[in-house]
Design a protein around this ligand. Structure first.
Ligand code: IMP
Length: 195
């Protein structure tokens, strides 16, 4: 079964390809010739995931899933949340986003936070949702070179390293997106289709 992953982010594609079984043909937006910006104007993660999946299903007539993720910091009332990509401006500059977050947290004692991912899957004229969550702490400084986004300042509970220091296989096992994608894959395996 050909399934579109509606992302322009090569890091995410790499993460997911590592856990998708070989018998699912995962195709990217580039593979289907989709280069336009897909609107993400909803105010929930679930709403944005659905907007992206619907864009592909409606315009390309293919089964598709899309994800949307936010980092929710408790001491900041859930900021940056749905605005995680553009927290410090429209450029989606990971360093600027992290700097802003570290500054806003500098006088806070509670540094607890969580990543949440919502996936919308459009298949058989229906939309299904799969969610994943990981709790952790925002570190005082940036540590590590791997990953992307807020990885250098997010230390998952139970670990002494940030997501940017942990091997990708570990991140995939415990991360918001890894968990949401496992649920998606478990569901796909139950479908009575030729995959
Ligand atoms: P998206 O919805 O997956 O594009 O995520 C929105 C923003 O959240 C990204 O631009 C990153 O800043 C951040 N983000 C998403 N996933 C991760 C992750 O696994 N690690 C660190 N930051 C992430």
């Amino acid at each position: 079964m050909k399934l579109v992953f509606a992302t322009h982010n090569p890091n995410k594609l790499k993460e997911i390809q590592a856990i998708v079984p070989d018998y699912i043909t995962l195709v990217s937006l580039k593979d289907i010739g989709c280069f336009e910006d897909i609107p993400e104007t909803a105010n929930t993660l679930q709403g944005n995931a659905k907007l992206k999946a619907d864009h592909i299903t409606n315009n390309y007539n293919l089964p598709c899933f899309a994800d949307d993720t936010g980092l929710l910091v408790n001491a900041l009332n859930g900021e940056p949340g749905v605005y995680s990509a553009r927290y410090a401006g429209e450029e989606n500059d990971a360093n600027a986003n992290m700097d802003k977050l570290l500054k806003n947290l500098s006088n806070k004692i509670d540094r607890s936070a969580s990543f949440k991912t919502s996936i919308a899957l459009n298949i058989n004229e229906d939309t299904l949702y799969f969610n994943g969550f990981v709790a952790g702490q925002i570190t005082e400084t940036k540590n590590g070179e791997k990953g992307f986004g807020y990885d250098p300042i997010f230390m998952p509970n139970g670990y002494e390293q940030t997501f940017a220091q942990l091997p990708l296989e570990i991140k995939n096992q415990i991360s918001h997106r890894g968990k949401a994608f496992l649920k998606l894959i478990t569901y796909l395996k139950t479908l009575n289709v030729n995959i």
